[in-house]
Write a protein that binds this ligand. Structure first.
Ligand code: PNS
Length: 168
C-alpha cells in the first residue's frame, strides 16, 4: 500500500498544547505528517516564521515522533501539499466558532485541488478555549501559561512576550 502523507498547516504563533495534541494524533493516522508553518495573508504574527519553525521543531523533537517534520511554507496550501505528496490536510476544530472559517477554507481548497481531502480532528475538551491568541494575551500580561504551551518552550515564550508588542 502506498504511503499516506498529510500536511498539518497553521500559523503556530506560537505552538500550543492544542496544536501538539492534533499533530500527535495526526501522526498516528498518517505515515508521514508535514507540519507546515504558513504565512496567513490576513494575520500579522508576533513570532517570525523562523522563530515559529524553531519552537515547533524543538517541541516535536521532544515528543519522540519520527514521522513528523516541520517545514516553513509560503503560497497556496494545496500547491505546497502536492509538492510534498500529501493527499490530506489535517486541521483541529474547537468550537462552532471555528467552523465557518474552516469550512470555507476546506471548500476553497477542495475547489483548487479536488484530490486533496481536509480532515478535521476535534479538539480535546480541555483545549476548547485554547488558542495562540489566548496564550499571547496571558503571557503579555505576565500570567501563567503552564498547561497551555509545551513546558520546554514556556519560559522562552514568556520572556519573548511579556509587555512586548503582541499581535493578538
Ligand atoms: O493557524 P491559522 O492561522 O488558522 O492557519 C491558517 C492557514 C495558514 C492554514 C491558512 O491561512 C492557509 O492555508 N494559508 C495559505 C493560503 C491558502 O492556501 N489559503 C487557502 C485558500 S483561500
Amino acid at each position: 500500500m502506498s504511503q499516506k502523507t498529510a500536511v498539518c498547516p497553521g500559523s503556530f504563533d506560537p505552538v500550543t498544547l492544542g496544536h501538539v495534541d492534533i499533530i500527535t494524533r495526526a501522526s498516528h493516522l498518517f505515515d508521514k505528517v508535514f507540519v507546515a508553518v504558513m504565512k496567513n495573508p490576513v494575520k500579522s504574527t508576533s513570532f517570525t516564521v523562523e522563530e515559529r519553525i524553531e519552537l515547533l521543531g524543538r517541541v516535536i523533537s521532544g515528543l519522540n515522533i519520527t514521522n513528523v517534520e516541520v517545514v516553513g511554507l509560503d503560497g497556496l496550501l494545496v500547491e505546497n501539499a502536492k509538492k510534498y505528496g500529501a493527499t490530506a490536510i489535517v486541521k483541529g476544530l474547537r468550537a462552532v466558532s471555528d467552523f465557518e472559517y474552516e469550512f470555507q477554507m476546506a471548500l476553497a481548497n477542495k475547489k483548487l485541488a479536488p484530490d486533496i481531502e481536509t480532515v478535521f480532528l476535534t479538539t480535546r475538551g480541555e483545549n476548547m478555549f485554547l488558542s495562540s491568541s489566548v496564550v499571547k494575551q496571558i503571557a503579555y500580561f505576565g500570567g501563567d501559561i503552564s498547561g497551555l504551551v509545551p513546558d520546554i518552550i514556556r519560559e522562552e515564550i514568556k520572556k519573548r512576550l511579556i509587555g512586548k508588542g503582541v499581535e493578538f
